[in-house]
Design a protein around this ligand. Structure first.
Ligand SMILES: [Zn+2]
Ligand SMILES: [Zn+2]
Length: 426
């Protein structure tokens, strides 16, 4: 292989990776009798060659794009499919990589030198998918720090960091977009069922936004725990018990559970995010690591079936639990005596379907006192937390409701029990 011109196979700006001699070594070896060391060495060489090829492909794809722009080549996707033997999806993947490297040239160099893999680029492409051009530019401005992370991390961990960064950028540039995304996830949620004609098995597919998905699994896991404790179940396979728990839960509402309790969703949030909003090292997600908007977690703090685990900035747990955070049964009863319905002036949702909202949020020192509590239905609870509406509760229990732009929507009484009215008139 010595006739290969090694100078051109080096990647500009990178250290001394000599692709030609790596390939030459690989070609000269036979692996049938290879020991552990030479197998490991070969795998490392293959990786170097592969990332070098990935970088080369990006450079070629860039030229294809340029040729297409001046009318001298087919579209980049078509050109890649026809000449590279790849699928349409692979072609788009390559072009995504090219686009990223155009904004973050350090990554292209690092890829050519084998310091990061193509999977790192793909992780960034997924994390920045759907960002506006401004947000993508803000993301690319972090390329130095991102590259330092990518060289030390697996693509999976790196993708998480990229998602965190993308989220904080999105929150800074457009706070409403984050809430919109969750609203879209909610309305795009589906339950589907079908039967597989070959196996005869029934399928049920539930696609949910992260908040409700976490709530669903909290219920399933709570019920599963009680199913496992039943006599004779200790030796049975986990998968079997899980199916039993899900089916029982859906068909009986979980009433066979020995000690039924309200499900709790765990969400993780750090204190400064909860109080002051998003920052570069924000933690705000379900226990499974699915990011949630801050406004959603602030709303969840009002609700009885959610357990916020609040972290100090150093990562230790600051506050776990519901102590003095949610309204007691006696307080609910007292509120029910005042409000027959949701406190929104035009809402007829029954009190029993309402959540008890802290007018001054719990995390801002709002007390769990009647003076600070008001019932809101799910829709109006969303409105004040995620929708940007503001609600004030005055000493005489009249309320002021302002629109997101600060203009007044309503001011007056929303207590609607006749009993209370007649008592007051005495
Ligand atoms: Zn609330
Ligand atoms: Zn309402």
């Amino acid at each position: 292989m010595s006739q290969v011109d090694t100078t051109t196979s080096r990647v500009a700006g990178e250290s001394n990776i000599d692709i030609a001699s790596l390939v030459g070594d690989l070609l000269s070896q036979s692996f049938e009798q290879a020991d552990r060391e030479s197998v490991n060495g070969a795998l490392q060489a293959v990786r170097s060659v592969r990332t070098w090829l990935d970088a080369l492909e990006i450079r070629v794809a860039r030229r294809v794009r340029q040729l297409h722009d001046v009318g001298r080549a087919d579209s980049p996707v078509t050109t890649l499919i026809d000449n590279n033997g790849c699928s349409g999806r692979d072609a788009r993947n390559t072009l995504d990589r090219e686009g990223l490297c155009a904004d973050m040239p350090l990554f292209e160099t690092a890829l050519g030198g084998g310091r990061v893999g193509g999977a790192h680029l793909d992780a960034m492409a997924r994390a920045t998918n759907g960002l506006s051009a401004d947000a993508k530019a803000a993301f690319a401005a972090h390329q130095q720090r991102l590259l330092a992370l990518a060289t030390q991390m697996s693509p999976d961990s790196f993708e998480r960091r990229c998602r965190d960064l993308a989220r904080s950028i999105r929150a800074q540039l457009d706070a409403a977009a984050e809430v919109d995304r969750v609203a879209r996830q909610r309305s795009a949620s589906t339950v589907r069922q079908w039967t597989d004609r070959t196996t005869g098995m029934g399928h049920t597919h539930i696609e949910l936004d992260p908040e409700r998905h976490a709530a669903l699994w909290t219920s399933i896991e709570a019920h599963l725990a009680s199913v496992r404790q039943r006599e004779g179940n200790s030796g049975r396979p986990f998968a079997e018990l899980q199916v039993e728990a899900v089916v029982e839960l859906v068909s009986t509402g979980g009433s066979t559970s020995a000690n039924r309790r309200l499900p709790e969703i765990e969400v993780l949030i750090d204190w400064s995010t909860l109080v002051d909003g998003i920052h570069p090292t924000t933690v705000c997600e379900t226990v499974d690591g699915i990011p949630l908007p801050i406004q959603t977690v602030q709303r969840l703090c009002c609700e009885a079936d959610v357990l916020p685990v609040v972290l100090r900035s150093s990562g230790e747990v600051l506050h776990v639990g519901r102590t003095a955070r949610v309204a007691t049964r006696a307080q609910r009863r007292a509120l029910a005596a005042l409000h027959r319905t949701c406190a929104h002036p035009h809402c007829q949702a029954a009190f029993s379907r309402c959540q008890i909202h802290h007018v001054i949020p719990w995390e801002r020192g709002g007390r769990t006192d009647l003076d600070n509590l008001i019932p809101l239905c799910t829709e109006h609870h969303h409105l004040v937390h995620e929708g940007g509406w503001s609600l004030q509760l005055h000493k005489d229990r009249t309320i002021t409701l302002n629109r997101p732009d600060g203009t007044r929507s309503f001011s007056g009484r929303t207590t609607d029990r006749l009993l209370v009215d007649s008592q007051r008139s005495h």
